[in-house]
Design a protein around this ligand. Sequence first.
Ligand SMILES: [Zn+2]
Length: 232
Amino acid sequence: MGESQQTTASNMNRLIRPSLDTIFKKNKEWVATKTNGDPAFFDKLSAGQSPDYLYIGCSDSRVPANEIMGLEAGEVFVHRNIANLVPNVDLNVMSVINYAVRHLHVKHIIVCGHYNCGGVKAALTSADLGLLNPWLRNIRDVYRLHEQELDAIKEDDKRYNRLIELNVIESCRNIIKTAAVQQSYENNQYPIVHGLVFDLRDGLLRDLEVDFEAMLRDVKKIYCLAPGKKSE
Ligand SMILES: [Zn+2]
């Protein structure tokens, strides 16, 4: 390594180290707080998990899943990606849904989008975004499905916000298309799928009031993977 490379590396270390030190310090403080509140906290945590919720949200740093819902470690199974998408060929999100439904037996699946979503904004731009193109195409498809409604909204901000909501609703629909959800609901009457939007301006979660039963019935007209028990 040349002298200038060494200088660059040591400069990088100087920049990175303090923030890592802070993280370790805060981690110890968190451990102390948890242990003070409940001396058996980490014994319980290491014994296993049985969360009631699966949360699928955006990777955006401003939307921390546990924090906005007031849920503790162990209470929510979390998957995050850019713009909270549920593409049916994405092994990552499909594995998460499958595991959460079939093995953890979650009672609720929450899709949580957020206003000011950079992923959704990027999908509204006419530009080649490289590797992001196929990912963001899912959002462009949501636009195409709801083109009439969206094009009728004259104000750009309002159209953008509505696309964020419709994108959450489409992710809910994609979750309901899975065999895991259809079969579990058929046998257990759960999980229920919910669509929420987080508002960065006031910190509040808004319920898009997805009618799960109606959406399930509608989805099963074409995507039925759990035909149900035959009547006697
Ligand atoms: Zn986002």
